[in-house]
Write a new protein. Structure first.
Length: 90
């Protein structure tokens, strides 16, 4: 499963384009946090490989990852994240 394939599945799952820039707390924010958390934490893809693909700086990607990790303590976010990861197909 490559990054582009995961991103297109994420766009379909969340009903948005996770490659767009977003502001903190915008509806797109949680979706982008989920995608970055999955790609970096679970798939072990380096930030430098995601900068252009997700239209973010390395600092923004780091912040999205950390925020995604912290939001895993929120049951609703964790449930949606688990649902997202389960929906991914090779």
């Amino acid at each position: 499963m490559n990054t582009g394939h995961i991103i297109s599945q994420a766009n379909e799952f969340f009903g948005t384009d996770v490659t767009q820039t977003t502001k903190f707390k915008a509806p797109l924010w949680d979706a982008k946090c989920s995608v970055v958390r999955y790609l970096v934490a679970d798939m072990q893809i380096p930030y430098k490989d995601l900068k252009n693909v997700l239209n973010c700086t390395s600092n923004e990607l780091w912040f999205l990852r950390v925020h995604g990790d912290n939001k895993m303590m929120v049951p609703a976010f964790r449930s949606k994240y688990t649902e997202f990861v389960s929906s991914l197909t090779p």
